[in-house]
Design a protein around this ligand. Structure first.
Ligand SMILES: [Zn+2]
Length: 123
């Protein structure tokens, strides 16, 4: 990215959306994560992909701290952390959706296969 991290401290949703134009696939992910880290959740139009906590298409799930932890791991290339956090968010999103369409079932634990947090359940 040619933009500095400073740029993302003041980015607006309108700017974030317009700035996807001309970005490569990989650059668009970085753009999305950095804008999202600063509270601007945009669905990635290049990859048709949600933010790590799905807040672009649903309600925010993660705290500022969790977003910062994810963003730092993303910038560090720490796939173990980013994959685990994405799988956790996906599990929560599915559990919340299930609760909405089948409230009679109550709270149903959802474990995404491949989520390191669930490894103990499948061994
Ligand atoms: Zn989305």
């Amino acid at each position: 990215m040619s933009e500095s991290l400073e740029h993302y401290k003041t980015i607006t949703a309108e700017q974030a959306i317009s700035e996807y134009d001309g970005l490569t696939d990989r650059m668009s992910i970085t753009h999305q994560v950095l804008a999202w880290n600063n509270g601007v959740a945009t669905h990635n139009p290049i990859r048709d992909e949600c933010c790590p906590d799905f807040s672009c298409c649903g309600e925010p799930m993660w705290s500022d701290h969790e977003r910062q932890v994810f963003t730092q791991a993303f910038l560090d290339g720490n796939d173990e952390v980013t994959d685990a956090m994405c799988n956790g968010a996906l599990s929560t999103m599915v559990a919340n959706a299930l609760k909405k369409i089948r409230p009679d079932m109550g709270d149903v634990p959802v474990a995404i296969i491949g989520d390191p947090a669930n490894t103990h359940e499948v061994q």
